[in-house]
Write a protein that binds this ligand. Structure first.
Ligand SMILES: NC(=O)c1ccc[n+]([C@@H]2O[C@H](COP(=O)([O-])OP(=O)(O)OC[C@H]3O[C@@H](n4cnc5c(N)ncnc54)[C@H](O)[C@@H]3O)[C@@H](O)[C@H]2O)c1
Length: 273
């Protein structure tokens, strides 16, 4: 009996569900989230749609929890695609939670999965256009990219006391982009690839919560000013994930793919750096 390829999806919110649907058919899908109620509801929904689903309650801000997820996923077969969507946004979380989940969680996923992947595997981490728009000195970016995970949270730039949730999120997402880039070497040594996607404003539960929050008006103005003048859908992101996960992109690694409907393009055309 041939074993199926394994698809791991962290986060079973808007993007995680779209990715599982887009890439899950014919694969063994390992779905992870720390919200056990949502995890079992989404797992059941995808199972009823015909997918082969294993749910794993996992908190990505805990290295031990990520390690447990990796070992369960590896026991299912050859891990081919990992899509890390689990994360928290400024309206949902304190600066400390954003550092713990968005920065450390992504670092743990990168570090733990590289131990078990083989040739042809790919990890796609979801960053954000907030990271693309975050001005940052090159030496700080280098620290965020290369500081060993065990010391990462000690960096002054990640001190939660020095920032609000909005700036914590932008710094976290820039950290994701640069850490993914530098990790391409380690993943390449395994014959595997890694990339990030930076979504613009996407209509998921998180996106809708942000639109209802203090930044909602500014976000609507960004959509209106953008090249496409529309909000993104979870499928827009799943399509980009599918492209990056395809063996046809075997020459693409260490990149960040901006999928924002042209919001950053519009801001740059207005002189915003
Ligand atoms: N929606 C947007 O507009 C937007 C824009 C840019 C970037 N992003 C990023 O895209 C990713 C996916 O967001 P989404 O829109 O699908 O959000 P979502 O809120 O719909 O889903 C996120 C999921 O992550 C889970 N999660 C949160 N913290 C976790 C933890 N510590 N361990 C395990 N699971 C955890 C949540 O329970 C939730 O199910 C996030 O990293 C987010 O920052 C979203």
């Amino acid at each position: 009996m041939t074993t199926k390829e394994v698809l791991v999806v962290t986060g079973c919110g808007g993007m995680g569900i779209a990715v599982a649907r887009r890439l899950g058919a014919g694969r063994s899908v390992v779905l992870a989230d720390y919200n056990s109620k949502m995890l079992s509801q989404v797992g059941e929904m995808l199972h009823n749609e015909g997918h082969d689903i294993t749910t794993v309650e996992s908190d990505v801000s805990s290295q031990e929890s990520v390690r447990n997820l990796v070992s369960i996923a590896a026991s299912k077969g050859e891990i081919k695609v990992i899509v890390h969507t689990a994360g928290v946004s400024p309206v949902q979380a304190t600066p400390k939670q954003i550092v713990d989940v968005d920065v450390m969680g992504t670092a743990y996923v990168i570090d733990e999965f590289v131990e078990v992947v083989g040739p042809g595997a790919v990890l796609i981490c979801i960053a954000s256009m907030a990271g693309t728009l975050m001005p940052m000195a090159t030496d700080i970016e280098h620290l965020l990219a290369t500081t060993p995970t065990a010391e990462l949270a000690n960096l002054e730039i990640l001190n939660p006391a020095t920032m609000d949730s909005g700036s914590a999120y932008s710094i976290a997402k820039r950290a994701n982009q640069v850490r993914v880039q530098v990790s391409a070497m380690q993943w390449g040594a395994k014959g595997a690839r890694i990339a990030s996607i930076s979504p613009g404003i996407i209509s998921t539960p998180m996106g809708q919560q942000e639109l209802e929050g203090a930044s909602g008006d500014a976000m609507r103005q960004m959509i209106e000013a953008s090249a496409t003048k529309r909000i993104g859908t979870p499928d827009d992101i799943a399509n980009a994930v599918a492209w990056l996960a395809d063996p046809a992109t075997s020459f693409v690694t260490g990149i960040d793919l901006l999928v924002d409907g042209g919001v950053v393009a519009a801001l740059r055309s207005m002189g915003v750096r």
